[in-house]
Design a protein around this ligand. Sequence first.
Ligand SMILES: Nc1ncnc2c1ncn2[C@@H]1O[C@H](COP(=O)(O)OP(=O)(O)OP(=O)(O)O)[C@@H](O)[C@H]1O
Length: 223
Amino acid sequence: MVPPAVQFENVGIRYGMGPEVLRDLSFSIPPNSFQFLTGPSGAGKTTLLRLILLSIKPTRGLISVFGKDVSRISNDELTDVRRKMGVVFQEFRLLDHLTTYENVSLPLRVQGKDEASYRNEVVELLHWVGLGDRMHVLPPVLSGGEKQRAAIARALIVRPAMLLADEPTGNVDPSLARRLLRLFVELNRQGTSIVIATHDLGLMDLVDARRLVLGDGYLHIDG
Ligand SMILES: Nc1ncnc2c1ncn2[C@@H]1O[C@H](COP(=O)(O)OP(=O)(O)OP(=O)(O)O)[C@@H](O)[C@H]1O
C-alpha cells in the first residue's frame, strides 16, 4: 500500500519560548490528493508548510513524509524526500544571473538531463504560465507576479510527488490565477499531491477539494 504523502500525529510547535503556534495537529495528506490550506493571517499556514518541508522541527508529536518518520531520517533520505517535493514559497529564490528559461530548466539540468530532452516542455510550460515572451530575460527585470510564475514553473517542471505552494496566486490577476489553478489540477490528475495555502475564497470555490483550516492553533478539515 502507498503510504500517505504526509502524516501528522499530535504535532505541536512553538518558536523559541513563545506560545504554541500549532497544537495537537493530527491529519494526513493522501497520495494524489488536492487540498487547500487556509486560515487567517498569522494562523500558521507557512509554519505548517515548513514542517512538511522538514525545514523546521516540531516541538512535539510525530511527522512522517512519504512513509518516513522525519525524526529518524538520514541525510540521504532527507535529500531524497526533498527531491520529491515541489515548493513555491513567498521568496522565489530565482538565480539572478540565469534567464527565466534557464531558471525553470535548472532542476532538470541538475538531474543531468540533456537540454534537447526537455527544451520543448520547458517552453510549453513557460507559455502556459504566461511567460512566453519573458523567457530570455533575467529575473531582476521581471515583475513580482512574473517571478512568482517562474517559481511555479520551476517547481512543476520535475513533476514532483507533492507540491507545496504558499499563496501561489497572490500576485496575479484573477484570470491568470484561474489558469494557474488549472495547471495545479492537471498536475494532480497526473498523480501529484497538492497543498495550496491561500486566503482566496473565490479561488477555493473553483475546485471541489478538501480544506485544511487553521485557527487558534488548531486544524479542522472541511470536505
Ligand atoms: N521565525 C519565527 N519566529 C517567531 N515567530 C514566528 C516565526 N515565524 C512565524 N512566527 C509566528 O508564528 C505564527 C504563525 O505564522 P505563519 O507565518 O506560519 O502564519 P501564516 O498563516 O502563514 O500567516 P500569513 O497568512 O500572514 O502568511 C505567527 O504568530 C508568527 O508571528
